[in-house]
Design a protein around this ligand. Sequence first.
Ligand SMILES: Cc1cc2nc3c(=O)[nH]c(=O)nc-3n(C[C@H](O)[C@H](O)[C@H](O)COP(=O)(O)OP(=O)(O)OC[C@H]3O[C@@H](n4cnc5c(N)ncnc54)[C@H](O)[C@@H]3O)c2cc1C
Length: 285
Amino acid sequence: MRSGSEEQKQKYLSPVTKGEALSSGGFTEPDHGSDITLMDTTAVKEGDEYVINGVKTFITNGTIGSFAIVLCQTDPEAKPTYRGQSTIIVETGTPGYTTADVGEKMGIKMTSTAELSFNNARVPSSNLVGEENKGFYQVLEFFDESRVEIAAQALGIAQGAFDRALAYTKERSQFGKKLAQFQVTQHKLADMVAQIETARLIVYKSAWNFDQGNIDPKLTSIAKMYAGRVAVEVADEAIQLFGGYGYMLEYEVERFYRDAKIMEIYEGTREIQKNTIASALLGKL
Ligand SMILES: Cc1cc2nc3c(=O)[nH]c(=O)nc-3n(C[C@H](O)[C@H](O)[C@H](O)COP(=O)(O)OP(=O)(O)OC[C@H]3O[C@@H](n4cnc5c(N)ncnc54)[C@H](O)[C@@H]3O)c2cc1C
């Protein structure tokens, strides 16, 4: 959307917006997760093609996407190394490009997660997105938006777990009382809703700020870090309020708990969000 040519947008994004195709973003590699400043996946220009070699892992939609946008090292000599990276579109079906499911996950089981392998995969040089050697910066811009979206996912998970817990405590009785009549339960519900409302404010603020055209990685990272933690803590407390039933698959809240955890891992872990916040506060020391 931000860096591609008009032709690329028509060819690749139109089918996605019509719901006819899925895309994937391939940044992570087996040896480079939080630190993507150097990629082992290389793209070497030969005539009017790029020849791509390497492996990406944990790529959402990898096995079912029509194309992947792949972060490659195009200039291995660049200093710092991230100045030698480019994003390149690789279509499914390209000879030398294969995908495989990475296996069962703890949560978000409705998504597919794949390993992408490139073995002398040749793509036209017109598949370069934007300028050569600007890929790292494009990915950082992508995170400024996608982290807001993950923060919103986390908020929805927290709300969903809370709604179920609230309803359950009004139905379930022990010791001759509804669970919701115990003050300890009421305090738990109050704490949960306070966390959710606080998360909602920061998520909406960061989304609003992005919509105004402002890029603020600190705000975005605060939203993702905070809403992710709230999702995990609220889903945990929701299971606790359900007791043994919460542990059973039938009652859904265990799914919220499993889904919540990835919010603190993908699109930058909790610790990486803290690094971003701190570097915005402190600059280069
Ligand atoms: C289900 C799922 C879907 C995913 N989808 C995609 C996708 O579509 N595309 C994609 O490119 N990637 C995707 N990822 C990858 C995800 O972004 C990475 O797993 C994540 O960035 C962490 O990288 P890593 O797993 O290599 O962990 P590591 O980077 O090895 O980190 C391990 C631990 O060390 C900590 N750590 C690392 N560096 C620092 C530091 N400097 N300071 C403090 N702590 C640090 C981390 O916070 C973490 O706790 C997905 C992952 C999963 C599990």
